[in-house]
Write a protein that binds this ligand. Structure first.
Ligand SMILES: O=C(O)[C@H](CS(=O)(=O)O)OP(=O)(O)O
Length: 230
């Protein structure tokens, strides 16, 4: 198995084989939490307008999205796992658009198969990939808005690679803690708590909390993030 690490939107466009689109803060940690809250289905979309138009097809759909981290006008929730209301999620179709994560899945046009990537289900992702045993795996670090590298996504790619190769990464918990002063420092800024609450940080680094993977599938209505127990 050849394991490649790609970066940002361009890296998603070029990714081949089984592709893992990594977005730790916060899109793909959030999608795992949404399934844990009982979401019926999650649809990742690129354009804000495409997300809004889902309301006509499904008036019950819950719209979740951000640009520059902030909740979008006309949406129900921002991209924040700690501020979505589980009662509003249970049994519902979720439409999800973000500046990095969902752009990655819509741009991974050469992928044979796409998984979402995060720390909250990393072990399950590695187990699934080992079982599939593809020739090529591309881990794509989506970064900030898909345009600049983000420490947490790079770390998640190294962690996934270590799980796949069997190399040890004994300092992973220590390295996750250092994100508090690095890639996740905005979650500790008192002036940004309305956009980036501290609790989101802890929910996104809750390593291996979930034992399912999220596979991206294509349907006539666009992409769907499918929870796959593993
Ligand atoms: O909502 C988030 O935390 C990020 C904002 S940004 O792209 O890092 O500026 O969105 P996401 O698509 O989840 O990375």
């Amino acid at each position: 198995m050849e394991i490649r690490i790609n970066h940002l939107i361009e890296g998603a466009k070029q990714a081949e084989g089984l592709v893992v689109i990594i977005d730790v803060f916060r899109a793909f940690s959030l999608e795992c939490w949404l399934y844990a809250m009982g979401a019926k289905e999650i649809r990742p979309v690129g354009a804000i307008g495409d997300a809004l138009s889902w309301r006509e097809k499904d008036p019950e759909a819950v719209l979740i999205g951000e640009r520059h981290g902030r909740k979008l006008d006309g949406f129900d929730f921002g991209n924040s796992p700690s501020t979505v209301n589980p009662e509003a999620i249970r049994g519902k179709r979720i439409i999800h658009t973000t500046s990095a994560g969902t752009q990655g899945v819509t741009n991974a046009v050469h992928a044979e198969e796409i998984l979402t990537g995060s720390f909250v289900n990393a072990q399950a992702i590695a187990g699934y990939i080992r079982q599939r045993n593809p020739e090529t795996v591309t881990l794509v670090c989506m970064g900030k808005e898909g345009l600049a590298p983000a420490e947490e996504d790079e770390l998640c790619a190294l962690y996934l690679r270590s799980l796949l190769t069997g190399e040890d990464m004994p300092d992973i918990d220590e390295r996750l803690q250092t994100l508090r002063a690095g890639g996740g420092r905005h979650f500790f800024d008192p002036d940004l708590q309305d956009v980036f609450p501290e609790k989101d940080f802890w929910m996104c680094i809750d390593r291996n909390r979930f034992s399912f993977v999220i596979r991206i599938e294509s349907t006539d209505d666009g992409l769907v993030s499918v929870k796959t127990d593993f």
